[in-house]
Write a protein that binds this ligand. Sequence first.
Ligand code: CDP
Ligand code: CDP
Length: 225
Amino acid sequence: GTPPLVIAIDGPAASGKSSTAQWVAQLLDVRHVDSGAFYRAITFLAVASGAPADLWTEASVLEQANRITWRLTARSVLPLVDGMEQDEALRGTTVTRNVSRVAAMPAVREWVNSQVRSAGSAVDVVVDGRDIGTAVFPKAQLKVFLVADTWERARRRLIQRLSRRPNDSEIAEEVEALVARDAQDATQSAPARDAITIDTTTVTQEEQVERIVALGRATRERLRR
Ligand code: CDP
Ligand code: CDP
């Protein structure tokens, strides 16, 4: 039969990838794969090892990788650490501070990519990350690249974190943190050549979700023929 559908959603930090991907997946009734969650899971174990971050090596980090598995839920492909869901710890500041360092390790990237590819070869998926349409699924049937102004991305990140409207000086501070992280990141998030770029700066999340869902439906139709 036809290979599973892969929709790749890439973009820089706080561009809206993971919440958009989750919503799109739900409307198309396929699974969401958050590739960042795999980077966070392996970083979580490196932190838990107790060794200081500057002593982490590819080998010491990857030694723990067999403690991470994934399972299919109705809506997603969920990474598990020692068989358990660790959603909150994975989003925490310690993991966030250290994840770029771990994601810069080529062998770690290979490991995450193989996890994500195995999920995407089993079921239809919407996958979000930094390099999904380029390195992980270069043949994804639909590739979307989300962008938004740095100020707007900082504002959204703070609303998410604080559950209130941030003031301008808070946003300015977050802009610096975002710019630093974008620079640190192993993948500089260049769009794939066949990606459709959507600037979400002045678009509501609902609108961008609708656009991607429409593209996803059209892609499905095309594949059926
Ligand atoms: O995964 P990534 O870091 O790219 O972003 P996210 O955590 O999915 O999205 C950051 C926040 O921006 C979420 O709270 C979204 O609801 C919000 N947002 C958006 O994604 N798109 C808009 N047009 C407006 C808000
Ligand atoms: O939401 P945000 O983009 O800040 O992060 P995330 O999607 O939760 O991913 C966490 C980190 O993992 C990113 O900051 C990248 O350093 C790394 N990552 C990556 O290198 N490649 C991916 N496909 C996904 C995440």
